[in-house]
Design a protein around this ligand. Structure first.
Ligand code: NAD
Length: 333
């Protein structure tokens, strides 16, 4: 199997490493394409770090590590994707850029090549609006850490046979595809971004510190704490973008307005790694914070279920697997 990943930023190299780990042993190949050499160099260095760690922990044999190294092909040339049977676009989260990349990919790849978009929230219909063959275009929304996190939200196309091939392709690449409707932020990212935004709002209002919010939420439902996850993924600006998508959607309203603190923290960190804040809290503070966080989690879960965005059981599974909650929102007692 020959696969292409476009974009060697935060998530592209992780996706490429996950795919190559699944198919290298069977002679598969994964191209990692970016327009910037420094992005490819950084992506490759990260992947080598993963391989080194897996080797030193005995999770990968020398032979498997060599196969991974051989099967991963970084490239600045989009034309190298011509032999791929699946290309996953994981480039900058910007609609005009995604449409331009799609037009170029359609020009390069074979007629039977499947095309996925790793977008965090832009509907498939928007990205594929001008596609020559929209029926082979799919949302394939992955989760952090993408090299080992199994779930991928998939928005299918009008062609059932191609959608089935898309699902089977992701399964061969070691993923667990979950079908969702074509709405802004799909299922899990709707819940996740609104949950993070509420946590950020609580800090912005001065109700609790980032350290307290993370401690309270993690102690209650696990998941590492919403703002810790933002630090791990550098996800503040992506979350802001997703909130804006949901605000401007047909079902949107001013309620989704992202708190300004998301942009203020931006690419920075909520927690100083050298001097973490004091996360201790009183039962009264925990109650105040949890009332607000759980209200958002339950409200967005109901929205996703009521609007048939994905099956409720899938949503619970997604919340456990991709958000790390100890139980799905509809299972939380
Ligand atoms: N970061 C995450 O945790 C995460 C999680 C789920 C989904 N996503 C989605 O994955 C996509 C990538 O996100 P990211 O955080 O890695 O972005 P990023 O900004 O870190 O990286 C984007 C990369 O795309 C490259 N790029 C831009 N235009 C290109 C082009 N024309 N051809 C090839 N490469 C090009 C850039 O040089 C850059 O290296 C986005 O759509 C995002 O919503 C990200």
């Amino acid at each position: 199997m020959i696969v292409g990943v476009i974009g060697s930023g935060s998530i592209g190299p992780d996706l490429a490493y996950g795919f190559v780990s699944a198919i290298a042993k069977d002679g598969g190949k994964v191209y990692l394409h970016d327009i910037r050499q420094e992005a490819l160099d950084a992506g490759l260095a990260r992947i080598r770090g993963y391989v080194f760690k897996a080797l030193s922990r005995g999770k990968l044999s020398e032979k498997a590590a060599k196969a991974v190294e051989k099967a991963l092909v970084p490239t600045l040339r989009a034309e190298d994707l011509a032999e791929c049977e699946y290309v996953l676009e994981a480039a900058t989260e910007d609609l005009p850029i995604k449409r331009r990349i799609l037009a170029n990919v359609e020009r390069i790849v074979r007629p039977d090549c499947l095309i996925g978009f790793a977008t965090s929230g832009i509907p498939r219909a928007e990205i594929a609006r001008d596609a020559v063959h929209p029926e082979r275009c799919f949302v394939n929304h992955p989760f952090y850490p993408a090299w080992r996190s199994p779930p991928v939200e998939v928005v299918g196309s009008e062609d059932a046979a191609l959608t089935a091939r898309m699902v089977a392709t992701l399964e061969r690449l070691g993923k667990v595809p979950i079908i969702t409707a074509d709405v802004e932020c799909f299922a899990a990212d709707d819940i996740f971004c609104n949950y993070v935004s509420e946590a950020a709002r609580i800090v912005q209002e001065g109700l609790a510190t980032a350290a307290q919010v993370d401690a309270i939420v993690h102690d209650a439902i696990a998941g590492g704490g919403p703002l810790n996850v933002m630090d791990l993924t550098r996800g503040n600006l992506l979350t802001k973008h997703c909130q804006e998508l949901m605000r401007d959607a047909k079902t949107g309203s001013a309620w989704f307005e992202p708190p300004s603190i998301l942009a203020e923290v931006g690419n920075g960190l909520w927690h100083n790694p050298k001097a973490r804040g004091d996360g201790r809290y009183t039962p009264e503070l925990a109650q105040l914070v949890l009332d607000r966080i759980l209200a958002v989690l339950f409200a967005r879960t109901l929205f996703v279920a009521d609007n048939n965005i994905c099956a409720p059981a899938d949503l619970d599974w997604l919340s456990r697997m991709s958000l790390g909650f100890r139980a799905g929102p509809s299972e939380l007692g």
